[in-house]
Ligand binder design. Structure first.
Ligand code: PEP
Ligand code: MN
Length: 358
């Protein structure tokens, strides 16, 4: 009999993984994770965070513990990097994801990050997977460059087996015979993993291609393939990135990629915009109430001078003047509809007052 796995129960019905207050993997809108390969300085991560947040990213990334091929290469700022990342995310209003390399650091990373990343090189570090499963944080599990889809989902099973079902899979390219890209982006494997499990699946076109020029098209391809999001490396000055410069795009290119995706506004944006609309409605309400009060006084004068309440010529003047100023957001037709209603309410008020005074 086939092995029963927690990751494959409810396969095809993607469960939602929530990170921070508004990133929802597995919901209708793809989640966009952006930020530098490494947190390099307080300034660099704040600048990147502000730019990607303004462009509409949902989550900020940045490595503090870096898995480098050479032990002599920059290994990340460690705990200091975690603090910078967290403060940059908070300032920009974004939750943060960062890699944890060692089971011993899980508690520290979980304290600073909203989501833990298990890197490709750690995919079968079973002690780390179990520790991440017990961390209480959602986990982003990258596929190892040499792992089959089956091995990848079994790695996820280690996390679920600890009682944590908040797992997102990330395809980041596999080893092939083709040297023109850093790895080979296996979108079909990612789509297959999504069908085979109930977990959201995203793609990392930066590590998969290793090429800045291929990041945006492969990000669009991943979303076109129905994946639940994308993670991309972004830096304010990509050529100066201390790690993975060749695959890192600029903040401007990230903004262009976001525009090309036509995503709906983030729910946090929606909340802000609705707050702004609510305060405008308050102001409009106050102004209309003032207008009605003035109009009541006018009604008194009309009555005193024996004038009719309804004065069509005056109403037409008002409508013509205001409708003539109609523009893109407030068309002449909309102006006419709104002020026709206001004038009718005024007339009703004046008529009512006239009847009361009789
Ligand atoms: C990273 O995201 O910075 C990273 C090291 O990725 P991967 O584990 O996919 O190589
Ligand atoms: Mn990187």
């Amino acid at each position: 009999m086939a092995e029963e796995l927690l990751v494959t129960a409810g396969a095809g019905q993607t469960r939602q993984v929530v990170v921070g207050s508004f990133a929802r993997f597995g919901a209708a809108t793809p989640v966009m994770i952006a930020g530098p390969c490494s947190v390099e300085s307080e300034r660099q991560i704040h600048e990147t965070a502000d730019a990607v947040a303004a462009a509409g990213a949902h989550v900020l990334r940045g490595g503090a513990f870096k898995p480098r091929t050479s032990p002599y290469a920059f290994q990340g700022l460690g705990a200091e990097g975690l603090r910078y990342l967290r403060s940059a995310g908070r300032a920009a209003g974004l939750p943060v994801v960062t890699e944890v390399l060692d089971a011993q650091d899980v508690a520290l990373v979980a304290e600073h990050a909203d989501m833990l990343q298990i890197g490709a090189r750690s995919m079968q570090n079973f002690a780390l997977l179990r520790a991440a499963g017990r961390s209480g944080r959602p986990v982003l599990l990258k596929r190892a460059a040499g792992a089959t889809v089956e091995e990848w989902i079994h790695a996820a099973e280690y996390i679920l087996a600890e009682g944590n079902d908040q797992v997102v899979l990330c395809e980041r390219g596999i080893r092939s015979f083709e040297p023109c890209t850093r790895a080979t982006l296996d979108l079909a494997g990612a789509a297959a993993a999504r069908q085979r499990t109930s977990l959201p699946v995203i793609a990392d076109p930066s590590h998969a291609t290793g090429r800045r020029d291929l990041v945006a098209p492969m990000a669009r391809a991943a979303i076109g393939a129905g994946l639940d999001g994308v993670i991309v490396e972004v830096h304010p000055d990509p050529d100066r990135s201390v790690s993975d410069a060749a695959q890192t795009i600029s903040t401007e290119d990230f903004a262009r990629l976001m525009l090309s995706l036509h995503l709906p506004p983030r729910s946090s944006d929606l909340v802000h915009l609705r707050d702004a609309v609510d305060s405008l409605d308050e102001a409009i309400f106050g102004l209309i109430a003032q207008r009605m009060a003035l109009s009541s006084h006018i009604g008194d004068l009309k009555r005193r001078h024996g004038m009719p309440v309804h004065q069509p010529a005056r109403e037409e003047d008002i409508l013509r003047r205001l409708a003539g100023r109609g523009q893109d957001h407030l068309t002449p037709a909309a102006v006419t509809a709104i002020w026709t209603a206001i004038l009718a309410a005024s007339r009703a008020r004046q008529g009512h007052a006239a009847r009361e005074s009789r």
